[in-house]
Every structure is written in C-alpha cells, then in structure tokens.
Design a protein around this ligand. Structure first.
Ligand code: PNS
Length: 162
C-alpha cells in the first residue's frame, strides 16, 4: 500500500496542478493533496486555507483515491503523521528546478525515509502558475481553461468583492 502526498499552497488550484494530481493518483494507492497554510507566501494567499481545500475537493471529486487535507507544520512531519512515504511534486520550466531541488534536499535532510518524486508538467501547462492566473484574473482576463470553471468563478467573486 503506497500512500503519497502532493503538497502545495494551491492559491488557487490550476489545471496544471490537477494534471499532476491525476497522474500521481494513477501511480499510487492513495494520494493526499496537502494544502499548506503558507501565510507569508507572496504577501499572503488570496484564498483562505478552507477555501483552497474546498476548491481542490470539488476539482478532485472524480478521483476516489485522492483526499485533501490542510497542514501548517513541516511537510515531512505531516507526511509521517499521515503515513505517506512519497512526496510528489510537479516540475515545470527550468526555473522550478532550483527551488524544488532545494526543498527535496532539505526534506531528505529532515527525514530521509520520505522520498521526493517529480512529475514533469505537460507542455500545455509548462508556464502555468497560480500567480499568473491571479494576475490575469485581477486585470479582467479570461482564465477559463487554465483553472477549473468553479475556480474561475471563485476568482471572479473574490476579486470582485475587493
Ligand atoms: O505551492 P508551493 O508554494 O510551491 O508549495 C511549497 C510547499 C508548501 C510545498 C513548501 O513551502 C512546504 O513544504 N511548506 C511546509 C513547511 C516545510 O516543510 N518547509 C520545509 C521544506 S524546505
């Protein structure tokens, strides 16, 4: 029984995240999408932790072996507590590599029993990020196709209320 963990801030979840989650779910018996509180990232997330979890729950409802959980501890501690032995991350353009390499090395240093595994983003989503999606949405651009429809609606509602 192989349980993995796909961690991130997911502010908000994109079609690129979902592609990685779906492909990881095929390789593992169980996958936990671990949503980090990340209060300090980029001036603070747009969506609350509960909102981010709920958006991913809807987006992954068709995947029976995927669950979504929030966390605000060290990732390796959360993985250990949840019984996950693999951390799955998506890799996009080369600029991801340095940061991901650093996180994988530090996580290994913290707990070498938890392995980090990378799945390459497909070309269509190679340049897609939550930050870019928020920037497009903030300026009234169309994000349909970059995020699931319910996330696009949540972006319109949240940014419109500001
Ligand atoms: O989507 P992100 O922001 O790239 O995800 C980064 C995340 C949440 C996976 C990373 O910041 C993390 O693991 N945070 C939890 C705290 C932790 O364990 N930090 C040490 C890892 S170097």
């Amino acid at each position: 029984m192989k349980r993995g963990m796909c961690p991130g801030t997911f502010d908000p979840v994109t079609c690129g995240h979902l592609d990685i989650i779906e492909r990881a779910a095929l390789l593992l018996d169980e996958l936990i999408v671990a949503v980090a509180d990340s209060p300090d990232k980029g001036g603070g997330p747009l969506f609350t932790l509960d909102e981010r979890v709920a958006l991913i729950e809807v987006a992954t409802s068709h995947l029976p072996n995927v669950s979504v959980q929030p966390f605000d501890t060290l990732l390796v501690d959360f993985a250990k507590k949840a019984g996950a032995t693999v951390i799955v991350k998506g890799l996009r353009v080369v600029t991801d590599f340095e940061r991901e390499f650093q996180m994988a090395a530090l996580n290994w240093r913290l707990d070498s029993k938890v392995e980090t595994m990378f799945i390459m983003a497909i070309p269509e989503y190679m340049y897609l990020s939550s930050s870019a999606v928020k920037e497009i949405a903030r300026h009234g651009g169309n994000v349909r196709g970059l995020v699931p429809d319910h996330v696009a609606t949540a972006l319109e509602r949240t940014l419109g209320a500001r």
